[in-house]
Design a protein around this ligand. Structure first.
Ligand SMILES: [Zn+2]
Length: 248
């Protein structure tokens, strides 16, 4: 079995063939967590949930409008809060504006972190160019650093905090071999971040059926059997997200 721990089949990119893709995944024993980035996509993730297809609800750091995450997060299909996090890639150059930009993101993240703590849910974290600020806010939380592209130092800080590390098709674009080698197999989650980051760099829309390519590449880099990687990463996902109580 494979579990795509970060997909966006809830996005409009999949409006024309969403049901077929979900069915194809379930037929091939691929489970999916569809991740919300705002109210609309969080609602959609819940709407399309079923056994094997789960939802995460949250506000992406580059989206503005807060919503009642806590109410949605209490629904049975919801296994995590996110994606939430920090994204400083496009931060303003002006010092005062930059501080405002960063403070706003931190406060929105902390709001979501407190909901995750209250409901005992893991967080799906998006972090770009902001690892030091992120690390300083993670005490007492659990979750995954999705689409990790940081360095080995940053990796070790997240591992020390007990976090899982999510890898996707970006490993075909950036050389993350060192980081992959240093991430223990019992801390790795695999994901697609579809419709983005197709492992085939010339192709367009990504979907969870490409997850196996990410898994194969990680197994190759770590020089382990693919079956072992699949078994461990599925076990990791099940233990972090619990898939509970919806799966019963
Ligand atoms: Zn995403």
């Amino acid at each position: 079995m494979l579990i795509d721990t970060h997909a966006h089949l809830n996005f409009s990119d999949f409006d024309s063939d969403r049901d077929q893709i979900i069915q194809k995944c379930l037929d091939n024993n691929i489970w999916i967590i569809n991740v919300g980035t705002d109210l609309e996509s969080s609602r959609k993730a819940i709407e399309i949930a079923q056994k094997g297809v789960y939802a995460s609800v949250g506000l992406h750091p580059l989206n503005e409008e807060m919503f009642d995450i806590k109410s949605l997060a209490q629904l049975d299909s919801v296994v995590a809060i996110g994606e939430a996090g920090l994204d400083y890639y496009k931060r303003p150059k002006n010092k005062t504006k930059r501080k405002e930009f960063e403070d706003k993101q931190k406060s929105v993240f902390l709001t979501q972190a407190s909901i995750a703590s209250d409901l005992d849910l893991p967080m799906i974290i998006h972090c770009r160019y902001a690892h030091q600020d992120m690390v300083s806010m993670l005490d007492g939380l659990k979750g995954v650093i999705h689409c990790f592209t940081g360095n080995v130092d940053e990796l070790e800080q997240y591992l020390d905090l007990g976090f899982y590390i999510g890898f996707n098709g970006i490993i075909f674009k950036l050389n993350l071999d060192d980081v992959i080698l240093k991430t223990p197999i019992d801390k790795i989650l695999i994901e697609t971040d579809c419709p983005y980051l197709n492992p085939d760099l010339t192709a367009n829309r990504n979907d969870p059926t490409n997850l196996i390519k990410v898994a194969k590449r990680i197994a190759e880099i770590k020089n382990i059997e693919l079956d072992l990687l699949l078994e461990k990463t599925s076990k990791n996902a099940k233990s972090l997200f619990k898939f509970n109580p919806f799966a019963k």
